[in-house]
Design a protein around this ligand. Structure first.
Ligand code: NCD
Length: 290
């Protein structure tokens, strides 16, 4: 694998192979496996989980890590995105992790010849988030085929929803979306939230992506919580084996009630744990040539 831009470019077999390798990373087999390699993390958009999860994966692999600080860089002197990335390539490092606000930013990086790992581009794709979601689901249910998932919230502006729906459908899952009308998108199957609660195997909540909106949300935060928030009352109506997921960061008492965050059905922190494993796996596949 040369780069990781989006999961659309990978076959179902390649995706399952990455998940298998991620599970193998659990026991320390690949710790320090890439100890001579140097990688840079270039985040042009805020990030806690993705950035530091990549960082943890790199440290587990024994890599040497450069953390680019965009606020303290020559971007402030007017240097372009492309020239910044070209500079890192010229350091002769082994790979680069990039997150940017721009959809498909990697299309302008065709002249960069070191592996690029996409840590999120605009509202389009978030391949490592989808991989960690898939690992969490496969480890929980043992398969994908026939599972019902509802992704709830700001579908329109969410790269997590877009990335996930494409690959989950390809893996044989039934994907539904739910949430406020203003954030719905053509082409996806809509389900009423309270119906989804009772019928789905997986409820995946999303944060409202306020930073990508031109207009203020029509609902107040209280109204959002009332209509689309996962409360304990709703959790109690979910199927016995159903689980709750959220890419985080979550807003307590908006899309999720306080006591639901760490309830028995929640896999939110398991997802974060799995994030390190899938990121180790994609680094091994690209930079490690596995
Ligand atoms: C998401 C993102 O940045 O796309 N978070 C993440 O990477 N875990 C979702 C979000 O910001 O709401």
């Amino acid at each position: 694998m040369d780069n990781l831009f989006r999961l659309k470019d990978l076959s179902v077999k390649e995706i399952n192979d990455i998940l298998d390798l991620a599970n193998k990373c659990k026991d320390g087999t690949y710790d320090n496996y890439l100890k001579d390699k140097i990688i840079a993390n270039c985040f042009f958009e805020p990030s806690t989980r993705t950035q530091y999860s990549f960082n943890t994966a790199q440290l587990r692999l024994g890599m040497k890590v450069i953390s680019f600080n965009s606020d303290n860089s020559s971007l402030k002197k007017g240097e372009s995105f492309y020239d910044t990335i070209k500079t890192f390539e010229s350091f002769n490092i082994d790979g680069i992790v990039i997150r940017d606000r721009k959809d498909h930013y990697y299309e302008e990086l065709k002249n960069i010849h070191i592996p690029i790992l996409n840590a999120g581009d605009g509202a389009s794709d978030h391949p490592t988030q989808s991989l960690l979601d898939l690992l969490t689901i496969r480890n929980e249910f043992g398969h994908f085929e026939g599972l019902n998932i509802a992704i709830v919230g700001d579908i329109k502006y969410s790269r997590v929803a877009h990335s996930n729906i494409e690959i989950m459908e390809r893996l044989g899952m039934n994907c539904y979306v739910s949430g406020p009308e203003e954030y719905r998108e053509e082409g996806y199957k809509f389900i009423d939230f309270d119906k989804a609660i009772e019928q789905m195997d997986i409820i995946m909540l999303l944060r409202v992506q306020h930073e990508r909106h031109e207009q203020k949300m029509q609902l107040s935060l209280e109204e959002y919580h009332r209509d689309y928030g996962l409360t304990m009352e709703r959790v109690n109506r979910m199927k016995d084996n159903a689980i709750i997921m959220h890419p985080a960061p979550f807003n307590r008492m908006v899309e999720i009630a306080d006591d639901v965050v760490e309830c028995d059905k929640s896999r939110i922190f398991k997802q974060i744990e799995n994030g390190v494993l899938v990121r180790m796996a994609v680094i091994l596949k690209t930079i490690g040539g596995m």
